[in-house]
Design a binder for this molecule. Structure first.
Ligand SMILES: [Zn+2]
Length: 591
């Protein structure tokens, strides 16, 4: 329970932190008039309904209606309680809390000490690298890897000399060796954990070192790289390497380049690719994608060109899609990783990179190419295998994307596209869920065995039962009908509106010959079920088909716009496709 003194603490902390800044660590905010807007972190949404009022230091979501102040926000986002939120924020604001429980105080103190120790060690290693004779092996390694001093300094690279250099340094500074051990920097005997290695700080998006990865400088060392252990300050899979340096360029370029290794990123920045980051020692995780989403909606994935790298890329594509992020995948030709590729390119690196990035297919297309790799699409068996792999690939994406991706895959497969349909028969069957497959409208059981189109069927029904127009005309507009059915539909509708149920008989002689023919044949042999309900069903089905057609049209336009890099058009088309996709989904569910 908050005591009076802790109420003071809430007020004191609240006065010292800025809600906008705190929210921005989790949500990308855009300023509109006085307020800041972003995608709500507490519910799934495509367009921003989460608003932060800087003046009132309050936030509100118009989608899920959650709201509150900085404490409520931290409570929800960090999944803690009010006390926990106070503590986290007090730590940041530098406010001493008197009423902390002993364990809470211990945890908060130890984390703070750890972070300070990590910062200090990074400074020490950097100093050794550039200013001590002992740093020589590290400098030689950087030279071999063509890393310039300026780049190395931006990443705060350092060198850990052999022996107990760091322990001596700490003693001289009267700092605790125990903290250094806890931070994973030192063994119990005081020797440096990273001795004789080039050390690379892994920093959070604000530049605070959380851990190190270290590469040996010795030829005879089996373990090329070693990493800090996980500590209260460092959880693997939550940090994005290089994000502190790349965040501005990511915002400027509109996408992040995601690589696998730290040296890929260091070399990339050296070559001018300053929006490059790395997942750092793990496959891309959910937490990392969420972190990146605060800065961008698009990832350009550049993984190693081996099998493992390509599989990692596919997983990353799916993970990003689950967070509504776009991806593209670049593969470096003739090199095992981006580091090797860029170093080999030398002065040409930036230019070659631009070409590579421009040609990178979307993550979805990359997966299609992988599915068909090694198959010959003019061989029927291969085609079927490719179609199966493509179906599996598509099925892993969020449901909202699948229809669109099936369309794209169909076009990509060309004539064999029909193999991709998810459940072709179910989708085409009229009637409510659970109704027998041969619906009462008889579409599937047409006696001649020849399927009547839905449009034709509706026209026959209306010829026999013009009064059904009363139900149908509000359901569809003529332009939703196929072109060949449109003229006769409009003519029959006008006739009905002029002359009622008997109008058609009177005016039929004035109709074009083939329309007369259609109507007379319907009179002679009416379709199996002639009632208003079926008429409405048919009309809705026509509407749905029309919407599906429009949807694929937009998707086609979208790939064009994407190729043309017309991001405004892409955004507009994506919004249209999404809206239409949703409407189609609604109709299908009702269907
Ligand atoms: Zn919300």
């Amino acid at each position: 329970m908050p005591t009076p003194s802790s109420d003071d603490a809430f007020a004191e902390v609240k006065a010292k932190v800025d809600l906008v800044k705190i929210v921005q660590e989790h949500v990308r905010l855009t300023k509109r008039n006085k307020d800041f807007w972003g995608l709500c972190p507490f519910h799934q949404e495509d367009s921003p309904s989460f608003k932060v009022n800087a003046q009132m230091q309050s936030w509100y979501c118009f989608g899920c209606e959650r709201h509150g102040d900085v404490f409520t926000f931290v409570e929800l986002i960090e999944k803690t309680d009010k006390r926990g939120a106070l503590q986290l924020l007090a730590e940041r604001a530098g406010v001493e809390l008197k009423k902390l429980s002993p364990e809470q105080k211990e945890r908060s103190d130890s984390r703070r000490r750890l972070l300070a120790m990590l910062k200090l060690s990074a400074q020490y290693y950097e100093y050794v690298l550039w200013s001590m004779p002992a740093g020589e092996p590290g400098r030689r390694l950087l030279e071999r890897r063509k890393v310039e001093e300026e780049t190395a300094r931006r990443f705060q690279l350092g060198y850990a000399p052999a022996g107990r250099g760091f322990a001596e340094y700490l003693r001289a500074k009267k700092r605790s060796l125990a903290d250094a051990q806890e931070a994973g920097l030192m063994r119990r005997d005081g020797t440096d954990f990273f001795a004789e290695r080039l050390v690379v700080p892994i920093r959070d998006e604000r530049g605070q070192p959380l851990a190190f990865t270290a590469r040996t400088v010795r030829q005879d060392e089996q373990r090329k790289y070693i990493n800090s252990p996980e500590t209260p300050a460092y959880v693997k899979g939550r940090v994005i390497f290089g994000l502190d340096l790349a965040r501005d360029e990511i915002a400027r370029r509109g996408h992040a380049v995601v690589m696998e290794g730290q040296f890929d990123v260091i070399t990339a920045h050296g070559a001018g690719i300053q929006n490059a980051v790395a997942s750092s020692g793990t496959a891309l995780t959910d937490d990392q994608v969420r972190l990146l989403k605060r800065f961008t909606d698009e990832l350009l994935l550049v993984f190693d060109s081996d099998r493992a790298g390509r599989q990692a890329a596919q997983k990353a594509v799916l993970l990003a899609a689950a967070h509504q992020m776009r991806t593209r995948v670049a593969t470096v030709p003739g090199a095992k990783d981006p580091d090797e590729f860029l170093r080999a390119a030398g002065a040409e690196a930036a230019k070659l990179w631009e070409d590579l990035a421009a040609k990178a297919p979307s993550g979805f297309e990359f997966g299609m190419e992988e599915a068909a790799a090694g198959l010959n699409l003019s061989n029927a068996n291969h085609v079927e295998l490719a179609a199966r792999r493509l179906r599996e690939w598509i099925a892993q994406f969020p449901a909202t994307l699948q229809e669109e991706y099936r369309e794209r895959a169909k076009r990509w497969m060309g004539v064999s596209g029909h193999l991709l349909a998810a459940e072709p028969d179910e989708r085409r069957t009229l009637g409510r869920p659970g109704a027998p497959r041969s619906g009462k409208n008889g579409l599937e059981t047409s006696p001649a065995g020849k399927k009547v189109t839905v449009g034709r069927y509706l026209l026959q029904l209306l010829a026999v039962r013009p009064v059904a127009f009363d139900h149908v005309r509000t359901k569809i507009t003529p332009d939703e009908l196929d072109e060949e059915d449109r003229g006769i539909y409009v003519r029959m509708l006008e006739t009905y509106e002029r002359g009622g149920v008997s109008g058609l008989e009177k005016e039929l002689a004035g109709y074009p010959a083939e329309e007369q023919d259609l109507i007379r044949r319907a009179w002679a042999a009416p379709p199996p079920n002639v009632d208003d309900e079926v008429a409405v069903e048919l009309a809705e089905r026509i509407r749905l088909d029309h919407m599906r057609g429009r949807h694929s049209g937009i998707i086609r336009e979208l790939s064009e716009a994407e190729r043309g890099k017309d991001s405004e058009r892409v955004a507009r088309l994506e919004a249209e496709a999404r809206e239409l996709g949703r409407a189609i989904g609604d109709m299908e569910r009702r269907g």
